[in-house]
Design a protein around this ligand. Structure first.
Ligand SMILES: NC(=O)c1ccc[n+]([C@@H]2O[C@H](COP(=O)([O-])OP(=O)(O)OC[C@H]3O[C@@H](n4cnc5c(N)ncnc54)[C@H](O)[C@@H]3O)[C@@H](O)[C@H]2O)c1
Length: 242
């Protein structure tokens, strides 16, 4: 497959390595210093573009590439409120889009386990629930997209929780997400269920960026040749089905 990498930072460089390991050609690498090249990308040259840039650049990058008829895998977090507009571009240009706030296969298994726990906890109002997340100090968005996804999965299954809040001291109907930033932490997320007599803690710790990068390249392989909008649930369902 011919891949275009948009954003050549920590993730873009790791993704380049995984693409090569999996036998793909990296046909274009675009960052701020050669950003104009994005307007010359063509579907003849690039099968799928993988975009990991910054919250304020993601929407424009994604829609520029989609409007050239090239499918996009995006991992940039912090722009999700513009997803409905991206969907319109996918329809208008009849192409494909894959988005995940976290591409790690391990973290997506963690989501499934936490959602199962949420279904059980719905019946036990004596347990309160909160989320803790720790990332490296360079992360621009807070709470993390992963923490928001984890919170939403729990809120959808636990009737006594109606919304999330990113500070302590919440109303009982709010699910707290506590965010911390520390040097050199790729990503730690915990869902914590606190009862009157015990505490249950589900925790995912990313040990490197390789897990995210591998998942993004698997997503690009999955998206190749497809139209429409996909996420990690679609990719995992395809893996379960094999
Ligand atoms: N979804 C996931 O699994 C996952 C995993 C890790 C990081 N992330 C997210 O991915 C994004 C990138 O993370 P990172 O650690 O690589 O950041 P980074 O700061 O190391 O790299 C971002 C790169 O994007 C470039 N860039 C900025 N604006 C651009 C533009 N308009 N066009 C082209 N390039 C541009 C920057 O120059 C930089 O090289 C962040 O939003 C981060 O939260 C997501």
């Amino acid at each position: 497959m011919n891949i275009g990498i948009i954003g050549y930072g920590r993730m873009g460089k790791t993704i380049e390595g995984i693409c090569k390991e999996r036998g793909h050609n990296v046909e274009a690498i675009i960052d701020l210093d050669n950003h104009d090249k994005i307007y010359n990308l063509s579907p003849e040259e690039i099968d799928v573009a993988i975009e990991f840039t910054q919250p304020q650049s993601a929407f424009e990058n994604i829609t520029t590439i989609l409007s050239r008829g090239i499918p996009v895998v995006s991992g940039t977090t912090g722009w999700i409120e513009q997803m409905d507009a991206v969907k319109l571009f996918v329809e208008q240009y009849d192409t494909g889009f894959f988005y995940a706030p976290n591409y790690s296969i391990g973290v997506n298994l963690f989501f499934a386990i936490a959602e199962y726990a949420g279904r059980l906890m719905n019946k036990f109002p004596e347990f309160d629930i909160h989320i803790e997340e720790i990332h490296h100090v360079h992360k621009l968005d807070s709470p993390s997209g992963t923490a928001i996804h984890l919170a939403q999965g729990l809120i959808d299954r636990i009737q006594r929780k109606k919304s999330w809040i990113n500070e302590p001291g919440s109303h009982p109907e709010e699910l707290e997400i506590l965010s911390d930033r520390q040097p050199n932490v790729p990503g730690i997320h915990s869902a914590i269920f606190t009862g009157p007599h015990d505490i249950i803690e589900l925790k995912h710790t990313a040990s490197s960026r390789l897990g995210f990068a591998t998942g993004a390249v698997l997503a690009a392989e999955f998206l190749h040749g497809k139209k429409g909008i996909y996420n990690m649930k679609n990719l995992l369902d395809a893996i379960y089905a094999t």
